[in-house]
Design a protein. Sequence first.
Length: 388
Amino acid sequence: MKALSRLAPAAVAAIALAAIAVPVASASAATRPAPASPAHRPGPQAGPAVFVMTDNTAANAVVAYRRAHDGALTLAGTYYTHGLGGVLSGSVVDHTASEGALTYDRASGLLFAVNPGSNNVSVFKVSGDQLRLSQVIWSGGDFPVSVAVHGNHAYVLNALGGGTLSGYRISGGWVAPIPGSSRSLGLGTTAATAFTGTPGQVSFSPDGRSLLVTTKAATNAVDVFAVHPDGTLSATPAVNTLAGDVPFAVAFDRAGQAVVAEAGPSAVATFSLGSGGVLAQLAVADTGQMATCWIVRDGRYFYTSNAGSGSVSGYSVSSSGGLTALGNTATDAGTVDAAAAGHGRFLYVQTGKSGIVDEFAVGAGGSLTPIGSVTVAGAVGGEGITAG
């Protein structure tokens, strides 16, 4: 379906550039609702925050940082999820090989944190930089890696077992399964392909009528399900095959165009999303970096994280989908997910090699100026960052 083919499927090599095999964490199906006990008590004043997930296999946690007016972060509290982190075999800097493992829904005031090692999702209620654990819910599958929310609907993407989706309804600050919402992706992932052959992200279109899933090297596709008014999905998706491109993550611009990070050629591509879930390519740009996997929107700009190069690449997107490169900015090693904050004034970049979050101010034309960095305890290889 892709009109343009570029580089050879050195796809997997780009994604797993520095990868060394590590054992898969155990995954029990236990779901244990329990009150949150912060490892570090927050102060009395709550303020704007950035949240980072550790994906620690002994005890997963969300670490809250208070954001100062100049963008600098200060530790505000550490909150256990009452679940376990998990590690896909073959991973190093990103144990879940995904985007969206930690998702904040401003409308409901809820923060969703996946627990891949225990097959559940923790739901926190957010008050500034303070959290309160309210629920721990079954993910509906094996090894949850990504959560998407739109309106009163949430979907969890499970990476193993061929990949599955499970839907939930948000009402009154509580989350409950949507009957009949589960869908199998049928990806045929094996133990040998767990890192590259699992789905990468689930994301709603801006209007909430479509649900997109990136399948990475499993099928080199973006699957698009129609979302019904009751929150259930179409029985099968529209499969948009991007041969050899290893679509990893997706974001949307203000016009509703999809902007996809493609790990195979280490590129960014824009698409229109048409009726029936069909993606039509508009433009493509190679980042010139290695292992371009994650992408985040920051106001008018988009930034990809390039794990193999230790950098982020900036782009602006025109109304017709055209891409203009803004340049590359160095980060700490193992660049993974990122989060925008302060109405687009700041960008926080998670780096997995040492569990560091780099802080940047976003300037005119999308330029990035370093502010500083914080080291997140117990977060080596972790993925999941979002801003309140």
